[in-house]
Design a protein around this ligand. Structure first.
Ligand SMILES: Nc1nc2c(ncn2[C@@H]2O[C@H](COP(=O)(O)OP(=O)(O)O)[C@@H](O)[C@H]2O)c(=O)[nH]1
Ligand SMILES: [Mg+2]
Length: 196
């Protein structure tokens, strides 16, 4: 993808306050700290753009970025942060599920798992929900620089077994050396192609 322009658009508390659904959209989801914001920065080649807009208050909102004035990336609030206040945890599901179900221009969800962790019950619940909702899902394993090549294959096999997805569906990603960036852009481009 040739990136001409990237800009932060807005932080929305829910579907009703999202920007007009005029461009196709890709959302990024996973537990907090899995590497969502880092991965988006890496894909769009803008160190810090997403991080700066993810100051504590904003990590609980839907953060919209405009790419080339024809595509939105959405950094979704993470799940699985045990220490968050109950009110925050209770808001997550209606906000995120409402957005994912209702957003007409959404083409796919990039779903991130940390290569070193077994999928949590929340990860598996979220995947089930995406499948039930028939939302195209692009699985990614993050932080693969933290494991050796052998270990990587073993970890992906284990993660694949526990999710019920085929191991070759997972794109290994690292922001340190940009591993996976081209592959992921190709999968995103595929998801953006008009449906036949
Ligand atoms: N080693 C390594 N660390 C990473 C990678 N991606 C993210 N991190 C680190 O993981 C932590 C959480 O990343 P962040 O993007 O804020 O996660 P988010 O909460 O899902 O948005 C930060 O300290 C990042 O520097 C990666 O590919 N490799
Ligand atoms: Mg983040």
């Amino acid at each position: 993808m040739n990136i001409q322009s990237v800009s932060f658009v807005t932080s929305a508390p829910g579907l009703a306050s999202c920007p007009p659904a005029e461009w196709p959209e890709i959302a990024f989801a996973g537990r907090s700290n899995v590497g969502k914001s880092s991965l988006i920065n890496c894909l769009i080649n803008r160190k810090g753009l997403v991080r700066t807009s993810s100051t504590p208050g904003r990590t609980q909102l839907l953060n919209f970025f405009a790419i080339n004035d024809n595509l939105y990336f959405v950094d979704l609030p993470g799940y699985g942060f045990a220490r968050a206040p109950r009110s925050v945890r209770e808001q997550w599901q209606p906000m995120v599920h409402g957005y994912l179900k209702g957003r007409s221009c959404l083409r796919a969800v990039v779903w991130l798992l940390d290569v070193r962790r077994d999928p949590s019950p929340e990860d598996l619940r979220f995947l089930d929900w995406l499948e039930e909702s028939e939302i195209p899902t692009i699985p990614v394993v993050t932080k693969v620089d933290k494991v050796s090549r052998n270990e990587l294959a073993r970890r992906i096999a284990k993660i694949a077994r526990s999710t019920g997805l085929s191991a070759d569906l997972f794109t290994p990603f690292s922001v340190l050396n940009r591993q996976g960036s081209e592959e992921l852009w190709e999968l995103i481009a595929l998801a953006l192609e008009p449906q036949a």
